[in-house]
Design a protein around this ligand. Structure first.
Ligand code: HEM
Ligand code: HEM
Length: 207
């Protein structure tokens, strides 16, 4: 079978996988840090630095997504599922931006020095107010668990499509050859001429 597919732009793929690693690291470092007596300070330093990097990359990724719109989901996918997928993507974008801002805001409200990468001092973004600190601290914790649940659901959905439905969904986000992955139903030949026009390298031949 010789087939043609549309994938996410190369820049979208790089941003997706780099950020997936960083966000998972943030979630685990966050939980380990708050329960660690001996490694708290260096883990907290890492958490602030990587968290701020996540904020920067999330803004870059938002601009990238506007520049390279994502390929349309396969037309065989039920409409409700496409809506849920879109909603979960928007929510994850919101969390990638809101989580670091809430962390930054919480430390600002506590007047805790926000030093990242060992020497860069970030400005305070909120007035000194301990009530705000405690509200933002609780929000940061709740949002972290919501984020974790969303990432798990996202991973589960992609795996369900790729392994059970065998529609090749995973390979829309990977520049790997896709021999033997099944019928690749996810590939919508008419989808997204926009991506192909902007990034012709995303046109791939399958055997
Ligand atoms: C994507 C970005 C981020 C994620 C996923 C994340 C995740 C987490 C998690 C899972 C916790 C532990 C929550 C708990 O069990 O109570 C935590 C705590 C915390 N995070 Fe973040 N965080 C992010 C960004 C940031 C940033 C940018 C800052 C500050 C500049 C920050 C400051 C804090 C603080 C102050 C705590 C509480 C520490 C403590 O109670 O001793 N976070 N974060
Ligand atoms: C912290 C972890 C993750 C986050 C925050 C995340 C977030 C996202 C977002 C926002 C999108 C929409 C496309 C974009 O604008 O980039 C997306 C797409 C995608 N993600 Fe993730 N992701 C994560 C982890 C993973 C993992 C572990 C997998 C592996 C199964 C995965 C596989 C995919 C695939 C295949 C798509 C494309 C879906 C489609 O074809 O529409 N993601 N992800």
């Amino acid at each position: 079978m010789n087939n043609t597919t549309v994938r996410f732009a190369t820049s979208s793929q790089w941003l997706h996988w780099i950020m997936a690693v960083l966000i998972l690291l943030m979630l685990f470092v966050g939980v380990i840090m708050v329960t660690s007596m001996t490694n708290y300070y260096w883990l907290f330093g890492l958490h602030r630095s990587v968290g701020t990097l996540v904020l920067f990359l999330a803004l870059l990724r938002l601009a990238n997504r506007l520049w390279f719109p994502p390929p349309k989901l396969p037309s065989e996918m039920p409409r409700w599922e496409r809506r849920v997928a879109a909603l979960s993507e928007y929510s994850m974008y919101a969390l990638m931006i809101v989580m670091p801002l809430v962390g930054w805001g919480m430390l600002s409200a506590a007047r805790y020095p926000i030093v990242i990468f060992g020497s860069i001092s970030l400005p305070f973004i909120l007035p000194h107010d301990l009530k705000w600190y405690s509200v933002l601290h609780a929000s940061h914790t709740v949002l972290a668990y919501v984020f974790f649940a969303m990432v798990l659901a996202h991973f589960g959905a992609v795996m369900l499509h790729t392994i059970v439905y065998r529609d090749g969904l995973l390979f829309r986000m990977l520049s790997l050859p896709v021999r033997g992955v099944g019928p690749l139903k996810a590939i919508d030949l008419k989808a997204d001429s926009a991506i192909l026009e902007n990034d012709p390298s995303q046109k791939v031949n399958h055997v």
